[in-house]
Each structure stands twice: as C-alpha cells, then as structure tokens.
Write a protein that binds this ligand. Structure first.
Ligand code: B1M
Length: 211
C-alpha cells in the first residue's frame, strides 16, 4: 500500500498519532508536501465528508478524523509555506450573535479546512458587523453564518444587510446553515447559499472561491 493511501485510510479511522508519523515519513521519503496534502489528507477527509453526508458516519467519527487531519497539517504547514502552496480561498465563519452552539460550526470549519480553504474562526456570539469587518480586512471570499436557535435566525439577515451597507455585497458570498433554517429562509434574507450539512457547505464554499 502506498504511504499516501495509508495516510488517507488512517485519517478516515481517526488515528491521529499514526497520521502524524506517516506524514513525517512521507516527507522523509521525498513526497512533496502538496502531494501529501492532496492525495493523503484531503483525499481521506473528502471520503469522510461524503460518508457524513450519506449518514454512513456520524459527528464523533468526523471529529476524530478532523483531529487526525489537524495533526497531519501541523507537520506540513511549514513545508507548505516554504513551497508557496496557496490556500484554495479564504472564508470567515462564526455562530451568530446571541447563539453559543458551536459543534455544527466547528464541523463546517473542519470540512472547509479539509478542502484546503483558509478559515478564520470568529467563534460564537458574533455580531453581524464583525463578520463583515473581518471579510473586508482579511479579504474573504465567503462569510459562513451558523446558528441553532430560532431566536437568532434573523441575525443572518443582519449580516446580509451589514455587507450591503459596507458596499461589499457583490464581492462576498454569504452562506447560511444550522438546524432552524432552510432554502426558503436563505432566499428571504437574500443570502447566497443554504446547505443542510457541513460537507455540502464545504463543497459550496470551494465552488464560490473558484468562481
Ligand atoms: Co441547545 N438548543 N440551547 N445547547 N442544543 C438546541 C438547539 C435545541 C433544539 C434543544 C431543544 O430544545 N430541543 C434548542 C433550540 C430550540 C429553538 O431554538 N427552537 C436549544 C436551546 C433552547 C438552548 C438554550 C436556550 C437552553 C437554555 O439555556 N434554556 C441554550 C442557548 C444558549 C445560547 O446559545 N445562547 C442552549 C445551550 C446549549 C448547550 C450550551 C448546553 C449545548 C451547546 C454546546 C456547544 O455547541 N458547544 C447545547 C446543545 C448541545 C444542543 C443540542 C442538544 C445539540 C446541538 C448540536 O450540537 N447538534 C440541540 C438539540 C438537537 O439538535 N438535538 C440544542 C449537532 C450539530 C452537528 O448539529 O449544529 O445542527 P448542527 O450542525 C449541522 C447542520 O445544521 C449544519 O452542519 C452540521 C452537520 O453537518 N450546519 C451548517 C451548521 N451550521 C452550518 C453552517 C452552514 C452550513 C451548514 O453554512 C454556513
């Protein structure tokens, strides 16, 4: 079995320590950091994302795979920077103001990182203006707003309005998700995209960044 396949398979099993060792071994054997990232780590995380979408694996499995992914990327980070490998795009993500639920938001973040995007995590209880300020200052192509409470649903609409007021609405895509919202709500507030789960959110963000 090739070492890149071994990395992918151990990542899918959530074997963080082994993934870390294998990534170092692959580097020592002369594989390029980009190849290890794309054909080992990201490939494995992509499979986890698809299985999650199809209810073949659940939140705990995704979290352990994401941990393994993070351990692997930590080893690669300095080499990738040296090799000048560019992130596929930049996204800021947060749970909206008034809402402290962050498990789903963290899953979306992990999937975005798993797709090679640079993610600025604003945490929870994030005011609409902070999303917009960050997008401007950090040059993000996408803003991702998560929330789980019906009482905080409308803050997503405030993010759209704040982006309009700041004059960046045509420069940034606004994505929404979280249990109480759906496509109809997304259309109503004038956001760009609603996705039901973390893996689909990552696919959509990549598509926006490529466009
Ligand atoms: Co709270 N909570 N909670 N809670 N909590 C819910 C959401 C609730 C449905 C429980 C219930 O009553 N049945 C209910 C909301 C009811 C409503 O609004 N109609 C509720 C409530 C009422 C509250 C409090 C108000 C309770 C209280 O204090 N009286 C309080 C609010 C605090 C606040 O936020 N201000 C509160 C607090 C908490 C805890 C702190 C205890 C804890 C949160 C811990 C944490 O997040 N760190 C908690 C939890 C764990 C839950 C439940 C049990 C689980 C939520 C969860 O993490 N699900 C939840 C009940 C339930 O859902 N069964 C509940 C797993 C997670 C992976 O799913 O976040 O939906 P989810 O993410 C999904 C998708 O939605 C999507 O991707 C993920 C999967 O792929 N997704 C996106 C998420 N964000 C996305 C963004 C995207 C795209 C997709 O694009 C940008």
């Amino acid at each position: 079995m090739s070492i890149l396949v071994e990395i992918s398979e151990n990542l899918q099993k959530g074997k963080a320590k082994i993934v870390k060792e294998l990534v170092q071994k692959a580097l020592d054997e002369g594989h390029s950091p980009e190849q290890i990232l794309n054909e080992g780590l990201l490939y494995g995380m992509g499979i986890v994302g698809e299985k999650f979408k199809n209810n073949e694996v659940y939140v705990p499995e995704v979290l352990v795979s994401a941990r393994a992914m993070n351990m692997g990327t930590q080893i690669l980070k300095p080499y990738l920077a040296e090799a000048g490998v560019q992130a596929a795009g930049k996204v800021c993500i947060g749970t909206v103001q008034g809402d402290l639920h962050d498990i789903g938001k963290n899953l979306v973040k992990m999937m975005l990182e798993g797709k090679g995007l640079e993610v600025i995590d604003l945490g929870t209880d994030v005011p609409a203006e902070t999303f917009v300020k960050t997008a401007i200052e950090q040059n993000c192509q996408v803003i991702c707003c998560s929330a789980l409470l019906t009482t905080t649903m409308n803050v997503r609409g405030d993010v759209v309005k704040a982006a309009e007021a700041a004059g960046i609405r045509d420069k940034v895509k606004i994505m929404v998700g979280g249990a109480p919202v759906n496509q109809e709500f997304c259309d109503l507030i004038g956001a760009d995209c609603y996705t039901v789960d973390a893996a689909s959110a990552a696919d959509a963000a990549v598509a926006f960044c490529k466009a």
